[in-house]
Design a protein around this ligand. Structure first.
Ligand code: ADP
Ligand code: MG
Length: 344
């Protein structure tokens, strides 16, 4: 028998993909392999994706309020729709519950889900409810749409495209470090109150209540810019950049001094003795968008403070590199996949 860790998550998904027959319906435009599946919906393309969160793996209820968790679960799915340059329309929410949850706890969870539906303008149209032996499980499936001419896949980047990222990176990871540290302090002495000062609010908020960048999808539409490729940053910039480059069969160079990092992320990284660049590259859970545009199209985005150019796409498909301020060039490697199944 083969240990799942010999494949890792990406290897496993790839193995499953190879066993699944190619789509047979003419309506199926894109199957496994992008942020969302794509189907022909007449005037528009329809988008469809699903995400699952498992207690103890994706969240820790000792410091994650259920209301925030509900919001975050919807954000995960909406972010994948945004990564196709689309907007969400409907979601279904499925939950697995153990007997330790109260009715009031589930009310809290749904208060967060409702708030997200309002913020993203989504109808909640169904789901499933089941019992669970391993705590809380939440799965959100989302349906969205995008005008056909605006669909954005992971694999259509072109040589010399400008690599852009929205917002800032690494903050959600530093927020997690802060929350984990408070948890350790609390467990050592349950009389201690969490010590999360005001300045840390941004980091904690980025971890607990991330926003999917549907605002950027609207903005790109208003400016008449269609990215050549796009992916959402759920697992860290390094991993997403490698996906985008591998699938586009091209390489890239990014510049460390251009990676957008908030001042609070710098301060916390310093305190935890973590490189802020490492937090941005490998931290994950930022839910920003990483996309490529033709150099001419970038001119329309250049003055936008929510979008930062971090590098460019190159023809050398074997090389995805980070150029440092000190003038060094180092290859970018993804982290976080190995050992993912080793928890149980
Ligand atoms: P994301 O991080 O954007 O949610 P994933 O890495 O989870 O994407 O998935 C990559 C692709 O693999 C997606 O197209 C997804 O639908 C597909 N996928 C993931 N898990 C499975 C599975 N168990 N069976 C079939 N397809 C899967
Ligand atoms: Mg994604």
């Amino acid at each position: 028998m083969t240990d799942l860790n010999t494949l890792g998550e990406i290897g496993l998904i790839d193995r499953i993909r190879q066993t699944i027959p190619k789509p047979t319906h003419k309506e199926t435009i894109q199957g496994i392999g992008d942020d969302a599946a794509v189907f022909d919906w007449g005037d528009d393309f329809g988008l469809f994706c699903t995400d699952m969160l498992v207690e103890g793996i994706h969240f820790d209820l000792t410091y994650v309020p259920l209301k925030h968790l509900g919001y975050k679960a919807v954000t995960f799915a909406v972010s994948d729709i945004a990564a196709m340059n689309g907007l969400p329309i409907q979601i279904t929410v499925s939950i697995g519950l153990s007997s330790r949850f109260t009715v009031e706890a589930i009310d809290e969870l749904y208060a967060g889900i409702r708030a997200a539906c309002k913020a993203y303008n989504i109808d909640l149209v169904g789901g499933d409810t089941t019992s669970s032996r391993s705590g809380l499980i939440i799965s959100v499936s989302a349906l969205g749409k995008v005008p056909k001419e605006a669909i954005t896949y992971r694999d259509k980047a072109q040589v010399n495209d400008i690599l852009c990222v929205t917002g800032d990176l690494g903050a959600a990871y530093m927020g997690l470090q802060l929350l984990e540290r408070e948890k350790q302090v609390f467990m050592a002495d349950s009389g201690m109150q969490p010590n999360l000062s005001e300045e840390r609010t941004y980091l904690v908020q980025r971890q607990l209540r991330p926003e999917a960048r549907t605002d950027i999808v609207h903005e790109l539409r208003d400016l008449g810019v269609v990215p050549t490729a796009m992916i959402d940053v759920s697992d860290g910039l390094a991993s997403e950049l490698l996906h985008l480059c591998r699938q586009s069969k091209l390489g890239a160079i990014i510049f460390d001094e251009n990676i957008p990092i908030d001042d609070q992320t710098y301060l916390a990284a310093d305190e935890f003795n973590i490189s802020p660049i490492t937090a941005a590259l490998n931290g994950g859970e930022d839910y920003e968008l990483l996309f490529t545009v033709r150099p001419q199209a970038f001119e329309k985005l250049a003055t936008n403070s929510r979008i930062t150019a971090i590098g460019y796409i190159s023809s050398d498909s074997k090389y995805v590199g980070l150029s440092t301020k000190a003038g060094q060039l180092t290859p970018i490697k993804a982290q976080g996949w190995q050992g993912i199944f080793s928890l149980t």
